[in-house]
Design a binder for this molecule. Structure first.
Ligand SMILES: [Zn+2]
Length: 333
């Protein structure tokens, strides 16, 4: 079994901060580390996601609360957790049994229109900049999960252009998951080098605007970026009856066939086990229930088994489960 797995998209701190607000401590240690360990996950990219109800005024506060919560959880964990800001931090994990956490924006709402705050978030450890969630913000328009009544879409705003340029200067990598197609084109135009999609699948397999077209996938590949495969049912398969690990592996292999296995990673987007009813309602499109096809971090074993069954080598699996992301971080951080 692979022994240094990386999940490049998990809404960890949103869930943890909610729990801490109710007075709990050591939430990651109690609720999540057992699953991480069972699945041999050694590095988790935690997104910083702000629920609609906190926008716009509370976005900055909630984001800082999530980061502060992580800092406190690390202290409480007795050295079991470690914030990773550099590639050396990630490398050092291999000498210990610590679990590394990296931070990523899932929407830049915490900045609102103040780009100077980006330097502060860099200092605090944010290394991946997901420009938006599936809604409009000051930087860009998001892609919706299902068709909505809406006016004309836009690409990156002037603020969005400055954001992607500054993020790259600082050494933060751009994440296009949730961005709409117009914004994607703008990221291609206004960036150099690799950018990533932390949790998006193939739109030719599942026609959701949250998934990537073949052309977009090819561009990410040609830039040396990578794509984390999302395990949320409605991005994995069109039919819930056949929505299973094999369908998840179909998504991995689809991206591999287009741009090579070196551009694929795991971005499970686990959230069905602890999302609020409100959030669930938002995520439920046309009455289809929301669930993760992969059942938590320990279930990565099933993905590994299915990949082996489909003829993917252990070395290629290692690339998807960790190597590709680690190589990118080595080059980028
Ligand atoms: Zn997301």
């Amino acid at each position: 079994m692979q022994n240094f797995n990386v999940d490049i998209h998990f809404d960890l701190m949103m869930f943890v901060e909610e729990q801490r607000r109710r007075g709990r401590k050591n939430v990651i240690k109690e609720d999540h580390i057992p699953g991480f360990r069972e699945g041999n996950f050694r590095l988790i990219v935690s997104s910083l996601y702000i629920d609609d109800i906190f926008l716009p005024e509370m976005a900055l506060r909630k984001c800082l609360d999530q980061i502060s919560g992580l800092y406190q959880e690390i202290n409480e964990s007795g050295n079991e957790l470690k914030l990773c800001k550099t590639y050396a931090d990630i490398e050092a994990l291999k000498e210990t049994d610590q679990i590394g956490i990296m931070l990523a924006f899932e929407g830049v709402e915490p900045l609102y229109n103040d780009l100077d705050l980006l330097d502060i978030f860099y200092e605090l450890g944010v290394r991946i900049v997901g420009i938006n969630w599936s809604r409009r913000n000051y930087a860009a328009d998001g892609s919706f999960f299902a068709v909505k009544r809406e006016g004309k879409k836009g690409g990156l705003t002037p603020f969005g252009v400055e954001l992607v340029e500054k993020a790259q200067e600082l050494g933060m990598i751009i994440d296009v998951s949730h961005l709409n197609d117009e914004g994607f084109d703008d990221v291609v135009y206004f960036t150099r080098g690799p950018f990533i999609a932390t949790h998006s699948n193939s739109r030719s397999l599942v026609p959701s605007m949250r998934n990537l077209t073949d052309d977009q996938i090819r561009i990410i590949g040609s830039r040396g970026g990578l794509i984390g495969i999302n395990s949320a049912n409605k991005f994995v398969s069109n039919e819930d009856e056949t929505n299973n690990i094999a369908a998840y592996v179909d998504q991995i292999l689809k991206i591999r066939d287009l741009i090579g296995i070196e551009h694929v990673a795991l971005g499970f987007d686990f959230c069905d086990f602890n999302m609020s009813d409100d959030f669930k309602k938002q995520m439920t499109a046309k009455g289809r229930p929301f669930f993760n096809v992969v059942r938590g971090h320990s279930d990565v074993k099933s993905v590994e088994k299915e990949l082996l069954r489909r003829g993917v080598s252990e070395e290629e699996i290692r690339m998807v489960f960790s190597g590709n992301f680690l190589n990118l971080m080595k080059e980028y951080l």
